[in-house]
Design a protein around this ligand. Structure first.
Ligand SMILES: *[C@@H]1O[C@H](CO)[C@@H](O)[C@H](O)[C@H]1NC(C)=O
Ligand SMILES: *[C@@H]1O[C@H](CO)[C@@H](O)[C@H](O)[C@H]1NC(C)=O
Ligand SMILES: *[C@@H]1O[C@H](CO)[C@@H](O)[C@H](O)[C@H]1NC(C)=O
Ligand SMILES: *[C@@H]1O[C@H](CO)[C@@H](O)[C@H](O)[C@H]1NC(C)=O
Length: 604
């Protein structure tokens, strides 16, 4: 496709080396190509024939190391051509096409297992969504999926420990994202180790001109930055970073973080904060990606569950024996009412009355949940998927409160995280769901624990999954994000400006809080719409004086006494989450669909 000019003329244009300014790696790559171009037939397929000219064309148009030759079509032209002749995305009726890429890579084995185990409910959800919305007229996008933390290079070993009680949150999210994108009809390119093959000089099977989106994580983002230093900035606007706990704007902004001593090993990526995709809807400055809490059962398992009766039984949330330390008094109270079961790696430091099943498979955990009435939080781990699994299986969740709330300021776990969000209980998302599903307790006040237990046991609880955590809900959300969210061209603003609702916050109140109080959610995409004296005037704020500044996180805002207005001069510092004692924030809010908080009502 790219080399048709040469194929037609069959002549070697006399290529002279163009100026190499800004392409420090071009010469080295040319030397490498000269030696190595015959080692992989892929180079030939891109038109490389051993001539200097073909090397230069390849290294400028397929890989990004050299300047584009004069007279050649630049990649932006190619991009346009590709877009015009683009293929339509069709909702898929099977996950088969995925297995060849996830099935034979050990790093993906846990992910493969999860995808496979949910295949029928994914396909069903795709059909159901197609029946509700017209999902035609979409371009089939080329999407690279690069989960850095599961690569061998990362040394994180998530993939290896998944089968032995290691944390699963990230793997769950990757599995569900991959299934979602596949069902939606896009083309996925999964990367197992190095990114795009650029690092080892391998010939890529796809070129930079036709990649639409890249999903990665913070580890993967840094690998991309390192392995492709020249081009990563070109890719920047199509990158989405999976980031479980979220990155707040002040930690994301390189210069701000440095100046204010907010350094974090995970911060300083300097992206648009909405490019961070979180597990739960944490800060509205980031995008809520989520995952799925739904299982597909075999007929055998369905039979088993049918004969499963709920017993006076509690299952404790804690796979590692150390999470149980110091919780005896709390568990003793629960044990007065219920038989206690666990799925713990060791028996040390767990009370002798606990029936420990060891680390068991997901479906076995489900059966335990179906037999239980209560899923017992031990206050750690924070914000995992398990409490939602428990609700989905008809258990109530005992959710320990945090006194004081935990954040990077007082907790080792949150210390390195690039946010200062305060976690008020083990699971703030569940906390917001509330009774009869979720009961917040003070673990150290045994009267309070008894009060919650008697409350739970006095009623029967139905299984509950919020729509945003179902396959269909995730398909709906991700489809709209893939189609509409755009950090490259800003051709069309999203969400639509008509969804903007302006709320004046009180002093000391953040936009996150102010919007919430009004039954809305802060929408950072709308900050630019409020960032000028004329837009302030529209909302009844007369500025006596005004000024643009990049030294405050709460802008746009004004001082009520002096009527001095301050506007944000650095768009990466727009933030929903901070407040100021002497400034009134003017907040961009929007409505949201109940149980689908990422989307406004007119977004679907
Ligand atoms: C979906 O929309 C397209 C164009 O807007 C239209 O041509 C097509 O018939 C619609 N399909 C369905 C099933 O409504
Ligand atoms: C832990 O205790 C259970 C009984 O609750 C027992 O069946 C299991 O073998 C023990 N596991 C270990 C690793 O000692
Ligand atoms: C303990 O919990 C009970 C019941 O919720 C409550 O009435 C009491 O004030 C609490 N005690 C303390 C010391 O917090
Ligand atoms: C803002 O909060 C601070 C600290 O919580 C408090 O000292 C101050 O009085 C508050 N100011 C206003 C105007 O509410």
């Amino acid at each position: 496709l790219v080399c048709f000019l040469d194929d037609q003329t069959k002549e070697h244009i006399n290529c002279t080396l163009p100026p190499m300014d800004g392409y420090p790696e071009c010469e080295g790559k040319l030397k490498w190509m000269k030696e190595m171009w015959e080692t992989d037939p892929c180079y030939k397929s891109f038109g490389v024939d051993g001539s200097l000219c073909s090397f230069l064309i390849y290294l400028s148009e397929i890989e990004p190391w050299c300047p584009v030759l004069p007279g050649r079509v630049g990649s932006s032209e190619l991009e346009k051509n590709l877009e015009m002749g683009s293929e339509q995305a069709v909702v898929r009726e099977s996950l088969e096409g995925l297995y060849s890429s996830v099935g034979n890579r050990p790093q993906y084995s846990w992910i493969h297992q999860r995808i496979h185990s949910m295949k029928e409910i994914w396909v069903e959800a795709g059909r159901s969504l197609s029946a509700k919305y017209n999902l035609t007229q979409r371009k089939a996008k080329q999407i690279i999926v690069h989960p850095g933390a599961i690569t061998y290079e990362s040394g994180v070993k998530i993939a290896e420990s998944a089968f032995h009680g290691g944390p699963l949150g990230e793997l769950v999210q990757w599995s569900d994202l991959i299934s979602t994108l596949h069902i939606l009809g896009h083309h996925l390119h999964l990367s197992g180790s190095t990114f795009l093959g650029i690092k080892k000089g391998a010939c890529p099977r796809y070129s930079r001109v036709n990649v639409d989106l890249i999903y990665t994580d913070i580890v993967g983002f840094k690998q991309i930055q390192k392995s492709a230093p020249v081009i990563w900035s070109r890719y920047k606007c199509i990158i989405r970073v999976l980031d479980s706990f979220g990155t707040e704007p002040d930690f994301n902004h390189i210069a701000w973080a440095e100046k204010h001593n907010l350094k974090s090993p995970f911060g300083g990526l300097h992206l648009v904060p909405l490019q961070f995709y979180t597990m739960f809807p944490h800060t509205p400055d980031n995008t809520f990606l989520g995952f799925v809490v739904q299982h597909q059962l075999s007929t055998e398992e369905i039979e088993k569950l049918k004969s499963t009766k709920r017993q006076n039984q509690a299952l404790v949330y804690g796979k590692r024996a150390e999470f149980w330390q110091g919780k005896e008094a709390y568990l003793d109270v629960i044990h007065k009412y219920l038989e206690i079961h666990g799925t713990v790696d060791k028996n040390t430091s767990i009370p002798s009355y606990v029936k420990n099943h060891g680390i068991i498979k997901g479906t076995a955990v489900q059966i335990l949940l179906r037999q239980s009435k209560v899923f017992v939080g031990l206050s750690f781990p924070y914000e995992g998927p398990a409490p939602l699994e428990a609700l989905a299986n008809g258990c109530a969740f005992l959710n320990p409160r945090m006194h004081p709330p935990q954040s990077r300021l007082n907790s080792d776990f949150f210390k390195g995280k690039p946010n200062i969000r305060e976690v008020t209980s083990q699971h703030p998302y569940a906390e917001a769901i509330g009774k009869p599903y979720v009961w917040d307790v003070d673990m150290h006040n045994l009267t309070d624990v008894e009060r919650a237990l008697t409350g739970i046991l006095s009623q029967s609880i139905e299984p509950y999954v919020p729509y945003e955590f179902t396959c269909e809900g995730m398909l709906q959300r991700v489809n709209i994000l893939v189609e509409k969210q755009d950090f490259c061209s800003h051709r069309e603003s999203w969400p639509p400006v008509s969804a903007l609702q302006v709320v004046k916050a009180e002093a000391n109140t953040s936009c996150k809080e102010a919007c919430q109080k009004a039954g809305l959610i802060c929408e950072p995409a709308f900050f630019p719409n409020l960032n000028s004296p004329t837009s302030f005037a529209k909302y009844g704020v007369d500025c006596q004086t005004s000024q643009f500044s990049d030294s405050n996180l709460v802008l746009p805002a004004y001082n009520e006494d002096s009527k001095h207005c301050l506007f944000q001069s650095d768009s990466l510092l727009f933030s929903c989450v901070r407040s100021d004692q002497s400034l009134i924030r003017i907040c961009p809010c929007r409505d949201y669909i109940k149980d689908q908080i990422a989307l406004c009502k007119e977004c679907v």
